[in-house]
Design a protein around this ligand. Sequence first.
Ligand code: SF4
Length: 234
Amino acid sequence: MTPTLPRANDAPTKLPAAAYDIACVRCGRLAAFLAEVRSKHASYFCRPVAPFGDPAARLVIVGLAPGMHGANATGRPFTGDYAGLLLYETLYEFGFSNHPESLGAADDLQLTGARITNAVKCLPPGNKPLPEEIRNCNGYLAAELSVLPEGGAILALGRIGHEAVLRALSLRARDFAFAHGAVHELPRRVRLFDSYHCSRYNANTGRITPAMFKSVFRAVARHLKRERAGERAA
Ligand code: SF4
């Protein structure tokens, strides 16, 4: 059956149920690892981490997977460790949020027009999910991306996020090569923007700098602004 995809002005008020399942244990290795981590860190979330942000987002940011002491601990993507610092600061700078930092599930942070999710919802050992785990989790991402309106934007943080997006949209990876700063035209006027992941490792090695990251966000903002202008003119 062909899904009914949202038009430009459609604004979902919540994500489809198929976009997330807190009880999912489809990946045996990851479920066992979470149980092990939970036994050492009783206060940690240690479950599949839900997308965070605006259900009506025109920008969906796709990372890799929860970090051990970040999202896996707090239950919110890119929150609690280094990886989120630049991301949330940049979202604030570009008007997508009401605070420049994400402190944890109890703060009043709100994203407007943007949502953050991961290709793999459970913490993988060594930050490295197996290919079958990425495939297992892809249905959730596909359900989430199914509500992205026409003319929306997807920002992939790293190659795994990029490839997960293409898989979720039934597009071939070889037609859309990952590169920092690359922009890919997808169906329904959606654009996929690529960035290196804003991890501590990439920041420390100089692979990603705040200027490089913000330059990608500028391109995203330009696209969304053009689309908005086009809608108003239509
Ligand atoms: S990674 Fe995804 S598919 Fe695998 S157990 Fe977690 S939520 Fe389920």
